[in-house]
Write a protein that binds this ligand. Structure first.
Ligand code: IVH
Length: 679
């Protein structure tokens, strides 16, 4: 075979195999026998081996796997991977609908989609070719699992047609179809039997459910194994700077034309009754689907209306999920124990006869609070229904009264703290009982210190939960500020702590003094001030002193701060001991101010302006322009609407954006004009 012939043959085989893959995996309509397909693939593999210079970068042979990855690279998402608000009832959905109507009026429609129970993935395509696949991770950064994702046959390595944007990201869910999951377990059972395991041991070792298995598979280091696992992928959202769509529904249709597997079960709905019908249908028929779904997703269809609705810190205001009622099982309640958290709240926990629920063994469940125990009339010895809802911790939803023994007594809720014996209190309007002994109740003290040192807060290496516990019990830590008085000599006398770990710990503590202010604010553990809110408050007030001195009215002005949070901040700093603790931390050298040098707030010259940038700019890359707009007080937006202040157009601007701007009478300005505004 000459080189020219080889090159042509490789191209032709690649093309043909692609088509067969598409017909089989996306369209579920095979056009060739497995045997013929395997022969073709083998021919291509052999040719590429002989003439590697002609192998196409997007060759279907990559789907066989082979590359080994030790550690997946962490990458920052260009568009953060948000989550969705969850609802569980028609009422909650109606509330959502009302919020939407209040914001954008009545002229809109929804798209209802299935909520795939799998692993979220973001696929980037450049010039029609798959370049990167990243898991959700923490929403900001995820793992680059491209080699593994390339083995999933329904994901196109190369797109069809030619009307796709030069670069875009498409998101969806990687699922393991139930049949493939069952098959994996069947094979595992055979293998484990061969290896001599007992049935009990085998049960312990089985794959638990398709979602966990899909997730584990995606993190496999050997892409060859991934290639054998029959993962599938449904796509449901597009992101990009040059998406020429007005609606989400249109984007799904287009994605389908480009070769993606897009569910046929997405439908447009005008009224909430249509939405409820959709839910009822799929709640009933979900078992007929080849993969698991755990609910439906409701999205406002129009992109400009989505834009208008915007986002909360964690999720879009234009979409919400509805979760189907979870599976439930009955089991016996063996005892009730009471846990005291770092805020002093007491949580009753049910200890259960272990039972398998939705694929996992459940031994404990939350009983929430005294009211719920009373309402359900749960008694030790009862057979109770356990359900896994949206939360990870299962809950008890009812009692099988027919199985209750005679002469049992209703549960008496504890009256004293199980840890320090202080009488419990209950604030009017709150469900939980509290132990008020903040400064003397061990789990509260330990919990606050553990929160302070945790990864999302001060992230102190070497000061994990167990070490905090140990140091508290050895009388070396009574509060968060004591951490900074610890000496190496004190630590070395402790069991399990050698010279090296003591040095590490002291180094970790020292390093934490550089942790940015916003994390310090989160770490001190003001109730209701989570990491996102802490960041907003920190950026707004700039320093701890400003926050300590802020009035309720000033606090409530800050972004993300409502009455509850403002009140909580006020109560926290009203306590002299908290102010003193903070002063000790400041004295120890912790960051008590926003670091202005790294803070890019440049001016408020664009305050109140909503700006859409499009095309290539000379002075800014894509994410830089967003930063430039935001750091000057403006809001960067991706699509043109009536609210857009102006469109900043670079070279080759998005045609649709310009047309839309003209239509809506929105001013279009050049980069030079923009620069002038900033001067
Ligand atoms: S849209 C900005 N659509 O559910 C929101 N998500 O709880 C983008 N999911 O992280 C998500 N099916 O992993 C969307 N049809 C669907 C979905 C879906 C499943 C997952 C997704 C997301 C999670 C949110």
């Amino acid at each position: 075979m000459t080189k020219t012939e080889a090159k042509e043959k490789i191209a032709q085989l690649s093309q043909e195999i692609d088509t067969h893959n598409y017909n089989y995996y996306v369209m579920s309509n095979p056009t060739i026998s497995d045997y013929e397909f395997d022969l073709m693939l083998k021919e291509l593999i052999d040719l590429e081996k002989k003439f590697p210079e002609f192998a196409l970068p997007e060759s279907p042979t990559q789907r066989v796997g082979g590359d080994l990855v030790k550690n997946f690279k962490t990458v920052t998402h260009r568009y953060p991977m948000l989550s969705l608000g969850n609802t569980y009832s028609q009422e909650e959905l109606k509330d959502f609908d009302e919020r939407v109507r209040k914001a954008i009026g009545n002229a809109f429609e929804y798209v209802c989609e299935l909520k795939f129970d799998g692993v979220a993935i973001g696929l980037t395509y450049v010039d029609g070719k798959l370049t990167q696949a990243v898991t959700r991770g923490d929403g900001v950064k995820g793992d680059d699992v491209t080699v593994n994702v390339k083995t999933i046959k329904s994901i196109p390595l190369k797109l069809k047609g030619n009307d796709y944007p030069k670069e875009f990201e498409i998101r969806g869910e990687i699922v393991l179809p139930r049949a493939a999951f069952d098959r994996m377990n069947e094979e595992l059972v055979i293998q484990l039997r061969d290896e001599g395991y007992s049935d009990d041991e085998i049960n312990e070792r089985l794959y638990r459910n398709p979602r966990n298995t899909a997730s584990g598979t995606l993190k496999q280091q050997d892409s060859k194994i991934v290639a054998t696992r029959k993962l599938d992928c449904y796509l449901y959202a597009l992101f990009g700077d040059d998406l020429n769509f007005d609606t989400h529904y249109e984007s799904l249709k287009k994605a389908k034309q480009w070769g993606f597997k897009v569910s046929d079960h997405a439908v447009k709905c005008k009224t909430m009754d249509d939405v409820f019908d959709y839910i009822a249908t799929w709640d009933k028929s979900r078992d007929e689907l080849p993969y698991d779904i755990d609910g439906i997703v409701l999205k406002v269809n129009s992109y400009s209306q989505q834009e208008e609705l915007g986002y909360t810190a964690k999720s879009p205001r234009w979409a919400i999920s509805y979760k189907f009622k979870a599976e439930n099982v009955a089991t016996q309640l063996l005892s009730i124990s009471y846990q005291v958290g770092r805020t002093g709240a007491v949580t009753p926990v049910a200890n259960l006869q272990p039972v398998v629920l939705a694929g996992t063994v459940v031994k404990r469940a939350s009983l929430h609070n005294a009211d719920i125990i009373e309402k359900l009339d749960v008694r030790v010895g009862d057979f109770v229904y356990v359900e896994k809802g949206g939360e990870i911790i299962p809950k008890i939803t009812g009692v099988d009264l027919s199985k209750r023994k005679e002469n049992t007594e209703p549960t008496k809720y504890i009256t004293h703290c199980p840890e320090c014996n202080t009488p419990l209190v209950r604030t009017a309007g709150e469900a939980a009982f509290y132990c008020p002994n903040e400064d003397g109740c061990p789990p509260q003290i330990i919990g606050r210190i553990q929160h302070f040192t945790s990864r999302k807060a001060m992230n102190i290496d070497g000061l994990g939960d167990e070490t905090v516990d140990l140091l508290f019990r050895k009388d070396l830590l009574h509060n968060i500020a004591d951490i900074y008085d610890l000496k190496k000599e004190q630590l070395m006398n402790l069991d399990r702590m050698g010279d090296k770990s003591a040095t590490n710990l002291i180094d970790g503590i020292e390093k934490s003094k550089q942790v940015p202010f916003e994390k310090v604010l989160f770490a001190i553990g003001i109730r209701y001030v989570g990491d996102t809110v802490a960041k907003k408050i920190a950026m707004h007030f700039k320093s701890m002193d400003n926050i300590i001195n802020a009035s309720y009215e000033q606090l409530i002005e800050a972004p993300e701060v409502g009455e509850k949070i403002a009140q909580s901040v006020i109560s926290f700093f009203k306590e002299q001991k908290n102010v003193e603790l903070v002063k000790r931390l400041e004295h120890a050298g912790l960051q008590m101010k926003v670091d202005e040098s790294s803070n890019k707030i440049a001016s408020d010259k664009l305050k109140g302006l909503i700006i859409v940038a499009t095309g290539t700019l000379k002075n800014y890359k894509r994410d830089e322009i967003k930063e430039a707009i935001e750091s000057n007080g403006g809001k960067a937006s991706g699509s043109v609407s009536g609210k857009t202040s102006f469109v900043l157009a670079g070279d080759e601007p998005g045609e649709n954006k310009i047309t839309k701007a003209k239509e809506l009478n929105v001013k279009v300005i050049s980069e030079e004009e923009f620069q002038k505004m900033l001067e």
